[in-house]
Design a protein around this ligand. Structure first.
Ligand code: BDP
Length: 700
């Protein structure tokens, strides 16, 4: 397989007994609705059942003989089935699937209040078949726990993708609106199948052109494709758009003409796209314009746009990823300092989108201190699905494991059990709206994500946005069965491999709490020695602070005191070396090279051993995958094998480059268990990657 079909893999059920059972349970399908969404459902069932059961799908009136699959809104359900359902609290997007025996026939009923719930239920039903689940006693109720479940595409209008490693943008702005690529439809299917209900089409480093009538026509065409799938479009709004495309002299959020300009723009957009989702804004961050250019605050900026969108039900998703070179202490502290004082002052249609950690999508970061610290403001999670700092689309790293770790972290903001998941789904502080965003890893590569296993990150993000309490293990299990095979001899070892892959990358890139030691600009490969960039907080040396004494960033009271931004329980746990998990050691502490770790080894030895462990883990992954040849098609098996070989080379590269560099400070021998470096430090420093993918357009 070339992987294009993603997890919507409807090849014939391989197990004969299961196949026969399914055929007898689903002799016909009752589906009478005619809305656009119901036509989409019908198509999906034709493809899904047609493929999985390898039969013609017969649509038929209710109970005309035989067992039947029923797909119907609750209001339209045949009377005798209605009494089996209580629909209270199911909300607009929820659904139920239930097996009902009646007069000798069996019905599997998918029902919901609205069409979109039916579509989600249909995908879940197909998933049951794809994973060979029993249909006899199904009784499922699903309600999404998070309202806004969106992908963020960092796609530029020229089709390059910032931090994109799977080809160019799937949005072909040039041929839109006239030409509707089949990809747009399949993209919508994939998203709807995991419950994603929004897509931000454009890069957060925004281009104002997208808000011109010419481009809005194109956006409208995409919105029309996505509408039946329950997917709203959002756009990034460049703060200076009133100047760049509006001909105004200022973008000051308190200027009357600017206020009017955004109101008119909102009206124009909603006239074309009545269900437009809203704006995502990156302001006053990394060179982007914003309210602070006019001496105003983020609050002024966010409310300016919220005010314009409010009459139409639109949202402003304001990003908290802000930091400036003028703050000398610690980049990790800046978002908290900027936004916490504004809690409770944003309009109701503003969400603050916060990255999972306070720095930037590192292989491991402690959770962002903003989570739980703004009880009156809806905080939206921003995860990165694309692997900017995790080996691009070359490394196999199962990200839901990282997402799970963040979501299950305890903020202690309302006592023990105040997890980040509860902040995000709004339950900790009774938020009116909640959201989760994932920076997309999708491009126009034939399999969408470059690495075949990158699809699992897209899939897993969607599943967690629907239900942030799901485990990474369950997600891996589902995805493997949907994508490859239900054979336990395949699922178990590969699931294990996926789960362990996250720790492997931490070990071979950033062990023991090291962070941001990536090479300049592209973030491909190690660059702990980099110290010549114009802004201090862009330099790896700023983050590891290695010197002859030791290594690590002191964020306790004796250092930047970033720890004071957490709840007292968390601050204490991370501050005390006895309770600080070693995974976060150098994130919060600057420690001597001969500091004794829990296993009795020195910090220096421990570092080397962790790097080695990471390398060894990749070797194990290679072994596991080799043994899976009988269960995977040759094309994908070979693809993953080649990628794993590169991953191993790069893991070794990380180990060698970092250990040689840190040795210039520690002046200690490598631990004997560590394989010796293959080259000199100068060699690693000399490596250059001029055309590495995903680099941002230059704005500095
Ligand atoms: C960093 C990326 C940069 C993004 C920025 C952001 O390096 O390309 O523009 O985050 O999220 O991770 O705004």
């Amino acid at each position: 397989s070339n992987g294009y079909e993603l997890w919507l893999n409807y090849t014939k059920i391989s197990d004969e007994a299961t196949l026969l059972k399914y055929r007898s349970t689903i002799q016909t399908v009752f589906l009478e609705g005619t809305s656009e969404t119901q036509s989409v459902i019908k198509n999906e069932l034709e493809m899904g059942l047609g493929g999985l059961l390898d039969t013609e799908v017969v649509f038929q009136g209710f109970n005309k003989g035989g067992n039947q699959l029923i797909v119907s809104k609750y209001n339209d359900l045949p009377q005798e089935l209605k009494s089996s359902f209580i629909m209270d609290g199911l909300s607009k997007e929820g659904y139920k699937i239930k097996t009902i025996e009646s007069n000798g026939a069996s019905f599997v009923v998918v029902t919901a209040n609205e069409d979109i719930g039916l579509l989600y239920g249909t995908y879940n039903f197909l998933r049951l078949l794809q994973t060979h689940s029993a249909l006899e006693n199904v009784d499922i109720t699903e309600i999404p726990k998070v309202d806004v479940r969106v992908l963020n595409h960092w796609d530029n209008l020229d089709r390059t993708i910032e931090r994109g490693f799977a080809g160019f943008s799937i949005w072909n702005w040039h041929t839109l609106p006239g030409y509707i690529d089949q990809r747009y439809i399949d993209y919508a299917r994939a998203n709807a199948s995991v419950g994603i209900n929004g897509t931000v089409l454009t890069n957060v480093n925004a281009n104002a052109l997208i808000l011109t009538p010419q481009y809005l026509e194109k956006v409208k065409a995409l919105a029309e494709v996505f509408r039946p799938y329950g997917i709203k479009v959002y756009l990034t709004a460049r703060f200076s758009a009133p100047i760049e495309i509006g001909g105004l002299e200022t973008a000051d959020p308190l200027d009357a003409d600017v206020i009017q300009w955004w109101k008119d723009k909102a009206k124009e957009i909603y006239t074309m796209i009545p269900d437009f989702g809203g704006f995502v804004v990156k302001a006053n961050s990394e060179g982007q314009p914003g309210p602070q250019n006019y001496g105003r605050s983020h609050l002024d900026g966010a409310n300016l746009m919220a005010n314009a969108l409010e009459p139409f039900g639109g949202l402003v998703i304001w990003r908290a990823f802000v930091y400036s070179e003028h703050d000398p202490t610690d980049r990790a502290k800046q978002a908290y300092s900027e936004f916490v004082p504004e809690d409770g002052k944003f309009m109701d249609n503003v969400l603050l989108q916060v990255k999972n950690g306070a720095i930037d999508f590192q292989p491991r970061e402690p959770f962002h201190p903003l989570f739980g610290a703004m009880p009156k403001t809806p905080l939206m999670m921003e995860f990165q699905i694309t692997k900017e700092y995790l080996g691009f689309a070359t490394h196999l790293v199962f990200l839901p494991k990282l997402y799970e770790e963040v979501l299950q972290s305890d903020t202690y903001r309302k006592g023990k059990g105040s997890t980040v998941a509860k902040v995000i789904d709004g339950s900790l502080n009774n938020k009116k709206v909640s959201g989760m965003a994932g920076v997309s890893n999708v491009g126009n590569d034939i399999n969408w994500t470059g690495h075949p296993f990158g699809q699992a990150d897209w899939y897993g993000f969607g599943r967690l946005a629907w239900n942030p309490y799901m485990t990474a293990e369950d997600i891996a299990d589902e995805w493997l069965r949907l994508t490859f095979s239900n054979d336990e001899k395949f699922v178990e070892p590969v699931k294990q491999m996926m789960i362990e892959s996250r720790e492997a990358v931490v070990n071979y890139m950033n062990p023991l709490g090291l962070h941001h030691i990536f090479d300049t600009g592209h973030h491909y490969g190690p660059g702990p020695w980099v110290g010549n960039l114009s802004r201090p907080e862009w330099n790896p040396v700023y983050y590891h602070k290695a010197d002859s004494e030791g290594v690590g960033f002191d964020r306790t009271k004796t250092g930047s005191n970033a720890l004071s931004q957490y709840a007292p329980e968390v601050e204490k746990m991370f501050t005390d070396l006895k309770t600080c998990p070693e995974e976060y050691l150098l994130w919060f502490h600057h420690l001597p090279w001969d500091y004794t770790l829990k296993n009795g080894r020195t910090l220096w030895d421990g570092l080397g051993l962790k790097y080695q462990e990471g390398v060894d883990e990749v070797r194990d992954m290679i072994k596991t995958w080799e043994a899976m040849k009988p269960y995977v098609d040759d094309a994908r098996h070979h693809q993953v094998s080649m990628l794993l070989d590169i991953q191993l080379e790069e893991a070794i590269w990380w180990k060698d480059a970092c250990m040689l560099y840190f040795q210039t400070f520690s002046k200690m021998e490598f631990p004997r268990e560590m394989e010796k470096p293959e080259h000199t430090l100068d060699y690693y420093k000399s490596l250059k990657f001029p055309f590495a993918p995903g680099i941002r357009p230059r704005w500095d």
